[in-house]
Design a protein around this ligand. Structure first.
Ligand SMILES: [Zn+2]
Length: 347
């Protein structure tokens, strides 16, 4: 071969092979599974460290990010992404998978639901983040830069928190961009959860994207959010639904061989109605997660601490109980249940 031919060959190979992908301190060569971290430096409050794994296939393909643990006590989702790290074989993979099983380390360590106890903020409400802000905002900024901007697709995995008795469902964000929405719709069907909430009210501004999935969506990357798990449990069915769902989406994206397992006719939910408690006291649910209710039906009640019934929680609409409070702690204004209303026709 002449020198020119060698150069041309090298250029052709470079075009075929994706560039080395680094996420935080992890840099993956083809056919490798590597580990590292996104180091969030100290600022107005403490530093934190978010572990990452990057699995790079031997063949080119898309970059898929799988992120969980923004709420550090939604254990089923954290366990699912952690298990996926070893379940994905780089030798069988086309493209790259970036896995971030636990975003909110302090929540996990201290068993604090909903927020990052370091700054009291939800770690799925402050995207795209800023380095001048508190720990949640700095972590969000670095996750945007290191994960969102480097991926083509993202799945944000959640589950019912410690106090939420939740039935599994996915969110599909309808942006109005037909090409992007067609891909994310196929992702949600391939994921396979049989109830899908259609979100049309997410912020459109990439600089005020708020949610992780919406940060990817507003940057033109077809992405979804999924939830399975309830009340701190790690039930095999919930973990399996999340693990199998991610693998099925990877088949749809041609990252793994085989056909996706597609849910053909999910229940499409066109709005989510919240019922809040009018009183503080002991909460008693009278429905379960997934129960179908008619508007006005009692979904639970609250007594004062000496047992007198002081509040009746009624379904604000007819539909499916997406989640109901799983614990007796009830404060005036807090959520008793979310009821999803069923869309008249598929979106
Ligand atoms: Zn969550």
């Amino acid at each position: 071969m002449t020198a020119w031919m060698v150069l041309a060959f090298a250029a052709a190979m470079a075009a075929r092979e994706p560039a080395a992908l680094s996420v935080g301190t992890a840099t993956a060569a083809p056919g490798r599974r590597v580990f590292g971290a996104i180091e969030v430096p100290a600022g107005v409050d403490a530093a934190t460290r978010i572990d990452v794994a990057v699995i790079r296939g031997t063949k080119p393909g898309p970059v898929l990010a799988l992120v969980s643990g923004a709420h550090g006590t939604e254990y089923a989702s954290i366990v699912a992404v952690s298990k996926l790290v070893s379940a994905i074989d780089p030798a069988a993979l086309s493209g790259t998978v970036v896995l971030v099983p636990l975003v909110n380390v302090a929540s996990f360590e201290q068993k604090v639901p909903h927020v990052n106890p370091v700054d009291g903020k939800s770690m799925n409400r402050f995207y795209p983040g800023r380095m001048e802000g508190t720990q949640t905002e700095r972590a969000s900024f670095l996750l945007t830069r290191e994960v969102v901007e480097k991926c083509d697709h993202l799945i944000d995995l959640h589950g019912g928190d410690l106090d939420e008795d939740l039935r599994p469902y996915s969110y599909w964000t309808k942006t109005g961009n037909a090409a992007q929405d067609a891909v994310s719709r196929e992702m949600v069907l391939a994921f396979g959860l049989d109830h899908v909430i259609v979100s049309t009210d997410r912020p459109k501004d990439p600089q005020a994207s708020r949610y992780l999935e919406n940060t990817a969506t507003t940057r033109g990357k077809p992405s979804i959010t999924v939830e399975a798990g309830h009340a701190g449990t790690v039930e095999p069915d919930d973990v399996a639904a999340l693990v199998d769902g991610c693998l099925s989406v990877m088949r749809y994206l041609k990252m793994l061989p085989g056909a996706p397992t597609r849910v053909e006719h999910p229940v499409w939910i066109d709005s989510v109605k919240t019922v809040a408690s009018g009183e503080t006291g002991l909460f008693y649910p009278t429905v379960r997660r997934g129960t179908y209710v008619a508007e006005g039906m009692t979904v639970g009640y609250v007594t004062d601490f000496v047992g007198r019934r002081i509040f009746e929680a009624r379904a604000p609409a007819s539909g499916v109980v997406l989640y109901v409070c799983a614990v007796p702690s009830m404060k005036k204004g807090d959520t008793v249940a979310n009821v999803g209303t069923i869309a008249a026709s598929p979106p």
